[in-house]
Design a protein around this ligand. Structure first.
Ligand code: GLA
Length: 726
């Protein structure tokens, strides 16, 4: 039983294999958080202490007793206006403009299976894999009814949280802030680890102490963003990859979000994960409801490696969907860095011929095939095939590609419009724009108002009529700018960012329902919307527009903290690299790309015969280990931000096969010898190096490691395959 209720004390325990999460509806009806951490088997209400704290207010029921204050007690879903002056999970503005809501326990239900959320992505499970706890809290005055939802995946140590807010009162109120998860910790010294970045340099890692200064990260860009990823780790001071306690909070949402952490006056830590409160004001009329997107929680007492493995499994098994969920993803050749906007049908057919020769079975025609689109100033919104440019119909082109025994994929950017387009001329009102104000352009394009169904319909029909013209096996869904004007003719301004996201999800759901056999890869100028929300619809995402192998080491390292290898699109591109000008060997570019969903982003016709042969071997090698990479466990073995070398390991779930990859990042005079220690092996088993036949005990590889071949020189790399001996 994953959810246990102690009727007498009104204590709820969420028990997973290794963790316990506990809360209590106390005598006043407030839901107090008791504990989250390593599994315990007892009621934790004894942890609560009640002291007379000056300047911390007391609820009226306490009369002149000053020892009970919501300003100091750990809470499950704190709300502004009832004495808690810390940052709260919920703010409601009532019809009289008061910002107050007094939520008390009303009832609860324990349900078999995992709840789902209408219109929003969330963790899903099969029968018997999860239980749901639903707790209803209510404010007797304004009629706000708050349903706290907890999904407990016992075997996986995963707890999900979401919230549904309903107006059961008479008058409208406005939700001004809504988080789906709050974690209050009474004692403890913590650090917050978050993933910041920029276009072509996503998911760098920063580790900051949680102090009495409020730490806030988030996005106001209408996408989860290149700048901050909606996943954070709260770690006890000193936690490493292998030791120490840490908590993950991953928001299953692709739009504006906010995460905050701070220590209160008594050193208690509070962390919140939820919707961005800026530009968010969501009015609820009588009878209306609002769903706060889900947060996935996980705790590990064994450091970041273990936490990451748990998130990887959760995303692979309970977020990603569709035909390709567990299927090997095709190796692809994308036309973007091969020819940018400058191509015709023959270019694509030639790419297909080259691809076939290299063993690649999917060619993707990127941006530039539609409307009038020879650069990024025009054409978005006109989703009709530019047959003049291609020199043939799409059907004819795909037939030619298929003749090479190569499948065909296509790029789309449904959410956008160029002012220089037929669509914009016909429907200038379709864009997000503040009336009377000049539009903000970004990449010279505007954003369509996807919160409106009629806008989505026009685009959906256009795109379907293209997709129906041929056998299209793959779609790359792009989004190349952020939202800046949150104004829609049909939504209240404070609702636009959220309704836009619901619109995108609705479109994606319809697309994958209509084309269930098509693999959809997400993209947002690379990894600007790399989040669990998108992964619910697109089981892989183009990790970054930066294809430089050495920069990718860092980008892929940061990405791996929450997201599994099978979700991260990673390609070999030409040198000098188009983003950085750096030259890395083909071998290194291949090894780095093999840590994700593998492909190419270059014109193979420009390769020498020797390079082509090397590429053939590379493709073969990837295909040989694709199952291991996509379905096995992934371990980070070094830190590319600090270490001289970058190493990572893919190991099969049964621990019988290991693929170790190492890249030398830096070279210096008279180098010391570095040793890379492997992880997750069978201690007593013997592993054989496939190439040189050397034997090693699992324990030796984990405890002492292998010397790193720095002599190979800067930016060079190698892989070692180890097979367990029977
Ligand atoms: C974005 C993508 C690229 C490419 C271009 C096309 O930047 O991330 O991979 O598709 O758009 O315009």
């Amino acid at each position: 039983m994953a959810v246990i209720y102690n009727h007498e004390k009104r204590i709820f325990s969420l028990q997973t294999k290794n963790t316990t999460y506990q809360m209590m509806a106390d005598k006043l009806g407030y839901l107090l958080h008791l504990y989250y951490g390593k599994r315990v088997e007892q009621d934790m209400d004894y942890l609560l202490t009640y002291a007379d704290r000056g300047f911390s207010g007391n609820p009226a029921e306490m009369a002149y007793n000053r020892t009970y204050s919501l300003d100091t007690l750990p809470q499950e879903y704190p709300v502004l206006g009832t004495g808690d002056t810390r940052s709260t999970a919920l703010i409601i503005r009532n019809a009289d403009y008061s910002e107050c809501c007094d939520l008390r326990y009303v009832s609860h239900e324990i349900i078999k299976g995992k709840y789902s959320l209408k219109g929003l992505p969330c963790v899903y499970t099969k029968k018997g894999e999860a239980e749901t706890l639903s707790i209803i809290l209510e404010d007797a005055l304004n009629g706000a009814r708050v349903q706290l939802l907890y999904g407990v995946l016992e075997a996986e140590d995963i707890i999900t949280r979401s919230v549904i807010i309903t107006n059961n009162g008479k008058e409208q109120f406005v939700i001004e802030k809504a988080a789906s998860a709050c974690l209050d910790f009474m004692p403890g010294e913590y650090e917050l680890i978050h993933f910041y970045g920029r276009h072509t340099m996503e998911r760098n890692i920063e580790r900051v102490p949680v102090t009495h200064t409020e730490i806030k990260i988030g996005s106001r860009r209408g996408a989860s963003s290149h700048q901050h990823n909606p996943g954070i780790i709260l770690a006890e001071n000193g936690t490493t990859e292998d030791y120490g306690k840490c908590y993950g909070m991953l928001f299953v949402y692709s739009g504006n979000f906010m995460c905050g952490a701070e220590k209160d006056q008594f050193g208690q830590t509070r962390v919140l994960m939820g919707l961005q409160s800026e530009q968010f004001h969501y009015p609820l009329n009588k009878g209306e409801s609002f769903i706060v997107p889900e947060t996935i929680l996980c705790f590990s007492e064994n450091g970041f490696s273990d936490l990451s493995l748990k998130y990887h499994d959760c995303i692979c098994n309970h977020i990603c969907r569709g035909k390709y969920k567990n299927k090997e993803r095709p190796v692809l050749l994308n036309s973007w860095e091969a020819s940018y906007f400058n191509f015709n049908g023959d270019t694509i057919i030639n790419l297909a011929k080259e691809a076939a020769d290299l063993g690649i079975r999917l060619v993707v025609m990127d941006d530039g095939w539609f409307g009038k689109r020879d650069n990024d100033n025009s054409g978005l919104g006109d989703w009709n095939v530019n047959e003049d440019k291609l020199g043939c119909t799409l059907g004819e082109l795909v037939t030619q590609v298929n003749k090479q025994n190569v499948k065909f994929g296509i790029w789309i950017e449904p959410e956008m419009v160029s002012e220089d387009s037929m669509l914009y001329k016909k429907h200038p009102d379709f864009v997000l724009q503040v009336p009377g104000r000049a539009p903000i352009r970004s990449r010279n394009q505007l954003v369509l108002d996807f919160s409106r169904e009629e806008v989505r319909k026009v685009i959906f029909n256009q795109i379907c009529s293209v997709l129906d013209q041929a056998d299209i096996e793959y779609i790359k869904w792009d989004m190349n700018r952020n939202l800046s004007e949150l104004y829609s003719s049909q939504s209240f301004p404070g609702c636009v960012a959220y309704n836009y996201m619901l619109g995108v999800y609705d479109f994606l759901e319809k697309l994958i329902t209509r084309y269930p056999d098509t693999l959809v890869e997400g993209c947002c100028g690379g990894g600007g919307r790399f989040d669990a929300g998108m992964l619910y619809y697109t089981p892989q995402i183009w990790c970054s527009d930066n294809t430089d192998a050495i920069d990718r080491l860092r980008i892929q390292y940061g990405t791996s903290f929450f997201y599994p290898a099978c979700t991260a699109g990673s390609h070999v591109s030409a040198v000098p690299n188009h983003q950085t000008g750096r030259v890395a060997s083909l071998n290194t570019r291949g090894i780095v790309a093999m840590s994700g969903v593998f492909g190419y982003e270059l014109d193979p016709a420009k390769l020498s015969e020797a390079e082509k042969e090397e590429t053939r071997q590379q493709v073969k090698r990837y295909k040989k280990y694709a199952g291991l990479i996509q379905n096995g466990d992934y371990y980070r073995l070094s830190d590319p931000f600090k270490d001289i070398y970058t190493a990572w390991e893919n190991i099969s779930k049964d621990k019988t096969q290991v693929l170790l990859s190492i890249v030398i990042n830096e070279i210096h005079g008279n180098m010391p010898v570095y040793y890379v220690k492997l992880k997750g092996l069978e201690k007593y088993a013997v592993y054989k190096d496939e190439e040189n036949g050397a034997y090693y005990q699992g324990a030796a590889l984990m405890e002492a490691g292998l010397p790193v071949k720095c002599s190979l020189g800067e930016y060079n790399s190698y892989q070692i395959v180890l097979n367990m001996q029977k």
